[in-house]
Write a protein that binds this ligand. Structure first.
Ligand SMILES: [Zn+2]
Length: 229
């Protein structure tokens, strides 16, 4: 019944690829095959001291940092992330998480990880959006790699105002101390992979990592679907 309805509505509202806006063919899901093949992958997970790691160097004591693909203005990853965050399409997050998981599966980067932790949204923002996009990405990565997700131990304590008009220092101040750990024993002796949708300034991830590293003998790595760096 659901499929019949889907096909019926599809006559009027066909599923479009969010990147090139062409209608998806049968068997294609969320993103068309042509656009999938053209995703600008970084393969940073295979490159220790890649430029994302250089970008974070000296800011936090991380193990490794990688991103699935380059986030370029008006590029495919920007369209996909926009679809995920602003078009009420959590499933595309799950899908891009699966693609990311397939990409890093079997590498030393992911084999070292004990638990996947999404960057938390403030509950108010999550309620407005209906989901946390980073958690949707985590679920896809977890399915392909078998690594569990923990979305309850690292939480966001206060809602920070919009960051778009602030300087880098203000942004950093904005996210400082807004994350908290509910039970430090859960992350004790664990290697945490923090997951975000896109890495831009890195200030939110930096703040999360600092909080996680307060747990005894914990290690932190970072992974995002896109990187603007
Ligand atoms: Zn396309």
């Amino acid at each position: 019944m659901r499929n019949i309805l889907h096909d019926f509505f599809g006559l009027f509202f066909p599923d479009l690829c969010p990147v090139c806006r062409t209608r998806l063919s049968e068997g294609e899901q969320y993103i068309c095959t042509d656009c999938l093949l053209l995703l600008p992958k970084t393969n940073f997970h295979l490159q220790p001291e890649n430029r994302l790691e250089q970008f974070f160097a000296g800011r936090i004591p991380f193990q490794r940092i990688a991103a699935y693909a380059y986030f370029i203005k008006d590029g495919s990853i920007q369209q996909i992330i926009h679809e995920l965050k602003y078009n009420h399409n959590p499933k595309i997050g799950h899908f891009i998480g699966q693609l990311s998981g397939e990409n890093i599966k079997g590498s030393e980067f992911i084999s070292a990880i004990d638990v996947l932790v999404p960057v938390p949204l403030h509950p108010k923002r999550e309620k407005e959006r209906g989901y946390n996009q980073s958690y949707e990405i985590c679920k896809g990565i977890s399915e392909t790699t078998g690594i569990p997700v923990d979305n309850t131990t690292l939480i966001r304590a206060v809602n920070n105002p919009s960051q778009t008009k602030n300087s880098r220092f203000d942004r950093w101040k904005n996210v400082e101390n807004i994350f908290t750990i509910t039970d430090p024993s859960i992350f004790q002796n664990k290697h945490i992979l923090l997951i975000d949708d896109v890495i831009t300034t890195g200030s939110t991830l930096e703040s999360c990592a600092k909080e996680v590293l307060k747990c005894e003998n914990s290690k932190v790595s970072i992974f995002a679907v896109g990187t603007a760096n």
